[in-house]
Write a protein that binds this ligand. Structure first.
Ligand SMILES: *[C@@H]1O[C@H](CO)[C@@H](O)[C@H](O)[C@H]1NC(C)=O
Ligand SMILES: *[C@@H]1O[C@H](CO)[C@@H](O)[C@H](O)[C@H]1NC(C)=O
Ligand SMILES: *[C@@H]1O[C@H](CO)[C@@H](O)[C@H](O)[C@H]1NC(C)=O
Length: 321
């Protein structure tokens, strides 16, 4: 596997000229103006974040919270570590971007409530207490792209000490969650918060998860009520319960690599599963057969055999700006 990662790093270095291999990870140059190009966030008008607005650099909580509070387009670049105990409310038309691997957010959650068009990229977020919400909480909001973030806590405090890593609730829609490194946590990612919220949620909660590395997370990779989930090119690395469609939710699960899972795909919702590898898993796909066989956007499958090498090298806050 080590050889595989280094080979991939060199390959990309030579083919694009953009990548700098470092300790098994690629650090890839990206632009502050990037917009969502894959998944449900590309639909419904697309997700451009702060494109067209000014670039503002911040390195403390007060400046960060102020820079994202209104709905004017703005690209907010976090240049250094920010630690606290708080929840930052994020307005519409924002790109919130970690400049490099120094953008470590500790103890501070982000809440995107009743907003539209937000991009969050390249942040390392950890130790957000449940009182400050999820690492990233998307509620009643549309066109959200969360990409190349690392979010983690620990599994030593019990399952309600922290809440979700990135949760999507109350009829939020058109969301893409990509290239994430999600690890060391109990309740990973929840889509649809309650069995009793079908009236609001049905027909919404369309979420794409792709090229994500999940490691040492107990459950919810994601757990999805009522909505529609497309999950591909992901590496499930020692997760107990992974993809869980519930209460009529439909998921398309393809080109993933599950290792060491008890329940890779299960639930009372519906799944279509194609080309998934189940290595050292107790079960394979236990969910009833669903109807989600196509999605209304183009995307590229790695093939389950290539997921580990590719996703291990690229997931997480591996961009520089
Ligand atoms: C936070 O950063 C801003 C600049 O972005 C600066 O003006 C302000 O003094 C800083 N506040 C603290 C408490 O350091
Ligand atoms: C934010 O973007 C929305 C579309 O996403 C637009 O309708 C709205 O006017 C923008 N807000 C501001 C204050 O520019
Ligand atoms: C699967 O389990 C066996 C026995 O515990 C172990 O030797 C092997 O390394 C595991 N394979 C993977 C890919 O984790």
């Amino acid at each position: 596997m080590k050889f595989g990662i280094e080979f991939l790093a060199l390959n990309l270095l030579f083919s694009t000229g953009l990548a700098i291999p470092a300790v098994g990870k690629l650090f890839k140059r990206a632009t502050l103006q990037d917009v969502a190009t894959t998944g449900y966030a590309t639909l419904n008008g697309g997700t451009t974040g702060g494109l067209g607005g000014p670039v503002v650099e911040v390195n403390n909580l007060t400046a960060w919270a102020q820079a994202v509070a209104d709905d004017l387009p703005r690209i907010v670049v976090i240049t250094g570590p920010i630690t606290g105990s708080a929840q930052v409310l994020v307005g519409s038309n924002k790109s919130i971007i970690g400049k490099n691997s120094n953008a470590k957010i500790t103890g501070i959650g982000m809440y995107i409530l009743q907003k539209k068009n937000v991009i969050v990229r390249n942040l390392i977020i950890s130790k957000v207490l449940a009182a400050n919400g999820d690492g990233i909480w998307i509620q009643k909001s549309t066109n959200i792209w969360v990409d190349h973030c690392e979010i983690f806590n620990d599994q030593t405090h019990g399952k309600d000490y922290y809440d979700g890593l990135v949760d999507v609730t109350h009829a939020a829609d058109w969301v893409t969650i990509s290239n994430m490194y999600l690890h060391d946590h109990e309740k990973g990612s929840l889509v649809g918060h309650s069995d009793n919220n079908g009236a609001e949620d049905t027909g919404h909660l369309r979420v794409t998860y792709h090229n994500n590395h999940w490691k040492n997370v107990y459950s919810r990779g994601p757990s999805l009520r009522f909505g529609t989930g497309h999950i591909f090119n992901s590496f499930y690395d020692n997760m107990f319960e992974c993809v869980r469609p519930r209460l009529g939710a439909q998921v398309l699960v393809e080109s993933n690599y599950f290792v060491g899972a008890s329940k890779p795909i299960f639930g009372d919702g519906y799944a279509v599963a194609r080309d998934n590898a189940y290595v050292n898993c107790t079960n394979t796909n236990l969910a009833p057969l669903g109807t989600l066989t196509t999605v209304p956007y183009t995307y590229s499958l790695l093939g389950s055999a290539k997921v580990v090498a590719s996703v291990s090298a690229t997931a997480g806050a591996t961009l520089t700006f």
